[in-house]
Design a protein around this ligand. Structure first.
Ligand SMILES: [Zn+2]
Length: 179
């Protein structure tokens, strides 16, 4: 079983400009969300595979350097018990299969880590992840935010501790699958 965790707004803080989340572009601006440490450790201890996913169109648009992104992600790996970080570097106009709300990153992660998507979970504060979860067959658990939209989501819970508890409860009710 895997947990796909949106990066911006869950693992690191974001600035909000004109009602949009603005991804940090440098390590200096990259502020880790310490509230996520304990819940993620709990999930990891329960044997779940933890994978951060993120759309970073700045890579193809040219305003996000790969080197700086690597530095930020090194910090994430040092802070959280993450197994992997998967990035969509494309612009919307590239029409790639991996830019959320498309489910490509989840499908790639499932293949790489041998996960069953219908036994996996998506944690986010944005509708794009809920939509990708629905398409991929994952269970979505969201934090309340102004970015939830009207798409299907499975749970909205007040904080990451509650989300981790819910995932652990759901995990117990799922039948084990043969990989
Ligand atoms: Zn992509």
């Amino acid at each position: 079983m895997g947990v796909f965790i949106e990066r911006d707004g869950i693992l690191n803080k974001v600035r909000v400009e004109r009602r949009h989340q603005v991804s940090p572009l440098t390590l200096e601006d990259f502020k880790v969300n310490q509230d996520a440490v304990a819940p993620l450790k709990k999930l990891k201890a329960a044997g779940l595979v933890l994978i951060a996913t993120t759309n970073q169109p700045g890579l193809s648009r040219g305003y996000q350097s790969r080197r700086e992104l690597d530095r930020m992600h090194d910090l994430l790996r040092h802070t959280f018990p993450l197994d992997d970080i998967l990035v969509c570097p494309h612009d919307e106009t590239d029409r790639c299969p991996c830019r959320k709300p498309k489910p490509g990153l989840f499908i790639e992660a499932a293949f790489k880590w041998r996960l069953h998507l219908d036994h996996s979970f998506v944690v986010s504060d944005k509708w794009q992840d809920a939509e990708a979860a629905r398409t991929a067959g994952c269970t979505s658990l969201l934090l309340p935010s102004q970015w939830l939209g009207n798409v299907h989501r499975d749970f909205v819970l007040p904080n990451l501790a509650a989300i981790a508890e819910k995932i652990l409860t759901l995990k117990l009710t799922r039948r084990p699958v043969n990989v």
